[in-house]
Design a protein around this ligand. Structure first.
Ligand SMILES: [Ca+2]
Ligand SMILES: [Ca+2]
Length: 187
């Protein structure tokens, strides 16, 4: 039992050790994409938070490894002016495509100019998360909107990213932890 508690405590401590990230510029293209989130799927608790600065004409690319069956969730929350500035657009590209697999301008929840997307990978491979400032509605699904962007959206945003491998097995682990806690209480 003591050993199990040690494992749980270590897991909780690793949450603090790995949850915060920052970006490294330049990261304005796929070729220079930030690698800080690349191994997220192998790093419990499978979720990271960064406070990122968007500057004039800036785009922020993050390279992410997804295996088939992984669940990716991303939220961009503008905090320059909470909810509204910078006005962001986000897209997800695979390794070769110049057209986004999915993209979003204004996340529908909470009347925000921030952005959000979810994606379940069918194919294992490297992917690119691209975030830039809003500069028109045309071409938001094309790589050219993000690489070489020209925009005036400046300010900070909170970027929350999670990659969950095999959610079914994580559910089983969660049930196991609850069972462990109940057994302990009964003693
Ligand atoms: Ca950048
Ligand atoms: Ca937006």
């Amino acid at each position: 039992m003591k050993r199990a508690l040690t494992v749980v405590l270590s897991a909780l401590l690793s949450v603090q050790a790995f949850a915060l990230f920052s970006e490294t510029e330049p990261n304005n293209t796929r070729a220079t994409a930030d690698m800080v989130l690349y191994n997220l799927r192998n790093t419990p608790p499978y979720a990271n938070v960064g406070v990122i600065n968007l500057t004039l004409n800036d785009s922020d690319f993050f390279k992410i490894r997804l295996e088939a069956g992984d669940y990716l969730s991303v939220v961009v929350f503008p905090i320059g002016t909470p909810y509204f500035a910078p006005d962001t657009v986000i897209a997800l590209f695979d390794e070769t495509g110049d057209t986004a697999l999915t993209f979003n301008d204004d996340a529908p929840l909470g009347d925000s100019f921030g952005s959000a997307l979810v994606w379940r990978a069918d194919v294992s491979g490297d992917y690119y998360l691209a975030i830039t400032g809003f500069h028109g509605f045309v071409g938001q699904d094309e790589i050219g909107y993000y690489e070489g962007a020209s925009h005036t959206q400046v300010g900070s945003y909170v970027l929350t990213v999670s990659v969950v491998p095999e959610p079914a097995s994580m559910l089983a682990l969660g049930v196991g932890l609850v069972g462990l806690a109940l057994r302990r209480r009964r003693r």
